[in-house]
Design a protein around this ligand. Structure first.
Ligand SMILES: Nc1ncnc2c1ncn2[C@@H]1O[C@H](COP(=O)(O)OP(=O)(O)O)[C@@H](O)[C@H]1O
Ligand SMILES: O=C(CO)[C@@H](O)[C@H](O)COP(=O)(O)O
Length: 485
């Protein structure tokens, strides 16, 4: 049996799936935690990757692997291949003013035309501008800029600082894929080329950028020294590396999303996206016109407040996730008028990086544990429903909503989603769809064939649309947004 591995190096953890290349059957899996925080030493991802691979039983019998990862994170490397400072992650909002500056200098329409996106705090270009302004000495030493998945693939190839890597600092071997390159704000999904002027504008000077690979291309092979460290039986037998992907594009590939499918992912980030034939360009900046991992495009909105909203409110109520869901289902749709606008981390959609969360509409009568639990789920999902409207406004049709990510496993989230979204909701069999997308890519790189493994549906929550939930949320959202605009 030929095996392929897929890796999801996400915000909170690293997950590995090992699948049968022919049937797609899951053979084994593993995971390891990432540190908390919005700036992280990439070395911690490398350690977690090793732990997750070990947890998955090692790479002894694996023929190919591919790495998908959290998008946008700034991994700045010096000429010796060292990471210059901890990576600023997609959910670090200190780069908000830098994003505004870039938009003021270039213009929103021009940015959308040239890069498919308008900078917000999350994108790599904004983080580079922040580095230029806040840490000029660090910015001056940047020789190359990579994204989380690019850096991990580079390390797997044996590259890195000379003292810790068999191949040394071969910056020219850095590579990425279309989907992750499209989250930088200095690569164009329509031309397939970097916009070096936009890079220089952000960082203050030019730098080595990863070569952008197509969906089926190889990113080289795992270096024998690294393969041995990760348990390969014959380190000299090449383990082929796929191009890798941004995590949302990885999920689209893992789900085999087609026209009419809109994916709603509720992990650390909340995202809404679809695979399309044409590139999106939204000068308002709400919808990011990303590329996907199959050679097409991936219009996407992202929120900063998703599964962790439920973590926080469950903590406040002193319950676990299952109990939070049970409480929420004891309340009526609309939570008796209680509304949570869940901008705990600031927000990206709408673009209010300095916003905070707040409850609205509380009275003595409605301030019950069930209403607060339900308001948390409703508020989080309403932010994503607003995102669905924006994605639809780009011409995307939503015949069904595919709900994935950690919080999608909660039955209350599934049921309330079917009350908020005005399209049928399906919940695939629990799984790691980002890692699965990477495993499909590994197989694609191995034999040139995109696999057609089956995806099964575990739940189809009954559609019972309750417009009141979004109506009362829209009023609370508008009032709160006005405070932080
Ligand atoms: N049953 C559940 N109900 C609500 N939230 C959950 C549940 N299970 C996991 N989560 C949350 O989902 C998040 C992890 O989701 P995941 O998709 O793995 O995130 P990531 O964005 O890091 O890939 C965590 O915040 C976790 O607490
Ligand atoms: O910023 C985005 C997409 O633009 C996020 O979706 C990140 O890619 C992080 O993903 P998760 O770790 O939450 O899956």
């Amino acid at each position: 049996m030929t095996l392929v591995a897929g890796i999801d190096s996400s915000t909170q953890s690293c997950k590995v799936v090992i699948r049968d290349a022919a049937s797609g059957a899951l053979v084994r899996s593993g995971r390891a935690a990432h540190p908390d925080g919005t700036e992280v030493d990439p070395g911690a991802w490398w350690v977690a990757l090793g732990e997750a691979i070990a947890d998955a039983g090692g790479l002894a019998d694996v023929s190919a692997l591919s790495v998908a990862g959290q998008q946008h994170g700034m991994v700045a490397l010096d000429a010796a291949g060292r990471v210059i400072r901890p990576a600023l992650l997609w959910n670090d909002t200190r780069s908000a003013a830098a994003a505004d500056d870039l938009v003021a200098e270039v213009g929103a329409e021009e940015y959308a035309r040239r890069s498919g996106v308008v900078p917000v705090a999350s994108f790599t270009a904004s983080k580079l501008r922040w580095l230029r302004d806040a840490e000029p000495a660090n910015a001056a030493t940047v020789a190359a800029v990579a994204l989380p998945h690019d850096w991990l693939v580079w390390r797997l190839r044996g590259c890195g600082p000379a003292e810790s890597s068999p191949r040394g600092p071969a910056l020219e071997l850095l590579c990425t894929d279309r989907s992750d390159a499209s989250g930088t704000a200095y690569w164009s999904p329509t031309t397939g080329e970097y916009d070096r002027e936009l890079l220089r504008l952000a960082l203050g000077h030019d730098a080595v950028l990863p070569r952008v690979l197509g969906p089926a291309e190889h990113a080289g092979t795992v270096h024998p020294v690294i393969a041995e460290r990760f348990g390969a039986a014959d380190p000299a037998a090449d383990i082929v590396l796929g191009a890798g992907a941004g995590d949302n594009a990885g999920a689209a590939l893992g789900l085999d999303a087609v026209a009419g499918d809109v994916v709603v992912s509720i992990g650390t980030s909340g995202t809404v996206f679809a695979v399309t034939d044409a590139a999106a360009s939204d000068a308002s900046g709400t919808v990011a016109g990303f590329a996907d991992a199959s050679g097409r495009f991936l219009p996407l909105i992202a929120t900063l407040n998703a599964a962790r909203v439920l973590d926080a409110v469950a903590g406040l109520l002193g319950v676990d996730h299952a109990e939070l869901g049970e409480l929420a289902l004891q309340a009526e749709a609309g939570s008796g008028g209680a509304v949570l606008v869940p901008w705990f981390e600031g927000e990206r959609t709408p673009n209010l990086p300095r916003a905070t969360a707040g409850f609205d509409g509380l009275t003595l009568a409605n301030s019950t544990r069930p209403n607060l639990a339900r308001a948390a789920i409703e508020g989080m999902l309403c932010g994503l429903a607003d995102g669905l409207d924006a994605v639809r406004a780009q011409g995307v049709s939503a015949e069904r909503i595919i709900l994935i990510g950690g919080a999608a496993q909660n039955p209350a989230v599934q049921r309330i989603a079917a009350q908020i979204f005005d399209a049928p909701v399906v919940v695939p069999t629990p799984g790691e769809y980002v890692a699965d997308g990477a495993a499909r890519q590994a197989r694609w790189a191995l034999d040139g064939e995109r696999p057609n493994w089956a995806v099964t549906v575990a739940a189809r929550p009954t559609p019972e649309h309750h417009p009141v939930i979004r109506e009362q949320y829209a009023a609370a959202r508008a009032a709160r947004a006005a405070r932080f605009a």
